[in-house]
Design a binder for this molecule. Structure first.
Ligand SMILES: NC(=O)c1ccc[n+]([C@@H]2O[C@H](COP(=O)([O-])OP(=O)(O)OC[C@H]3O[C@@H](n4cnc5c(N)ncnc54)[C@H](OP(=O)(O)O)[C@@H]3O)[C@@H](O)[C@H]2O)c1
Length: 265
């Protein structure tokens, strides 16, 4: 029996990600909508915070005092630490999650951290809810959730950009767009399945098809010359720095700082 079967789930901020959570819980839902956050929080055994960081301080002060000790609060707000949430809500049973957008089709990856005030029953509820969105990985160190923002949370956008660039290159070569699209998506899907099935390191899989003086070697030379690896590493670090600056602003109760183009640029 699902640990969520007897529970009422309240969602504060039912946007794109929260809708994925609601849709991911496979059975039929009796959904009630209210414009009153406090009313929603009072009714839920599990309260999901799906709001944007920018509106978080106002929502936390609104909810403060309306969460009975037995309730579990699950936050998907990027950059909001459990320390900031605990202080804002005056509530200790918290789960902080970094989801990603494939959750909308049940294929997301959700990395989560639970505070010491959560019970095993709370963690079972979190596991069941996040498992409905794809993979769920619990971590004992909250810093991994912040780091995951830059890897899996933002990750689909990196993949989509690479996908788009490859499709455009195929069109540039002369393929009709629909053929270019299918070729690229099937190549990416097949490569992921191949890596999963063989459990080989990506470099081994790459070497298997890199014949001396061949086409892959010629293409890799250009990718290395264009600094693909370091550009990706820089992008991941930039997203991480942004998460940490968002965390600092939220902790200090300030609006997030505008994003500088680059440190020391
Ligand atoms: N999208 C992602 O890939 C992703 C990945 C990981 C984590 N996250 C995190 O998930 C959270 C939600 O992102 P999202 O993309 O789902 O955003 P979203 O679609 O904009 O959803 C936010 C929702 O909050 C509602 N809202 C605004 N002010 C509110 C208030 N005072 N009280 C209650 N609800 C309020 C909005 O309603 P209105 O539209 O009517 O204003 C909207 O429905 C963010 O904190 C983000 O950091 C997102």
């Amino acid at each position: 029996m699902s640990p969520l079967r007897e529970s009422t789930l309240s969602v504060i901020g039912a946007g794109v990600m929260a809708e994925a959570i609601i849709a991911g819980l496979s059975e039929k839902h009796g959904i009630q909508v209210t414009a009153d956050n406090v009313d929603a929080a009072r009714r839920g055994d599990v309260v999901v915070l799906g709001i944007k960081p920018q509106v978080m301080p106002g929502v936390l002060s609104e909810l403060r005092g309306s969460l009975a000790p037995g309730k579990l609060v699950i936050s998907i707000i990027a950059g909001a630490t459990t320390q900031t949430l605990r202080r804002g809500l005056d509530h200790g049973a918290l789960v902080r999650v970094m989801p990603n957008t494939p959750a909308q089709i049940g294929q997301g990856v959700n990395i989560w951290y639970a505070t010491s005030e959560t019970t095993e029953a709370h963690r079972e509820q979190a596991r069941a809810l996040l498992g409905a969105l794809g993979h769920e990985l619990q971590v004992g160190d909250e810093r991994f959730v912040a780091m995951a923002t830059a890897v899996s949370g933002t990750g689909p956008t990196y993949v989509f950009l690479v996908m788009e660039a490859l499709i455009d290159s195929a069109v540039h070569l002369g393929f009709p767009r629909h053929l270019a699209h299918d070729l690229v998506l099937e190549t990416i899907k097949g490569s992921v399945a191949f890596a999963e099935r063989t459990q080989k390191h990506p470099a081994q899989l790459r070497d298997m098809v890199t014949s001396p003086g061949g086409t892959s070697a010629a293409a890799f030379y250009e990718l290395e010359r264009g600094r693909l690896r370091t550009v990706l590493a820089d992008a991941v670090w930039a997203a991480y720095r942004r998460t940490m600056s968002l965390s600092d602003s939220l902790s200090a109760g300030k609006d997030p700082e505008p994003m500088p183009p680059r440190p020391n640029a």
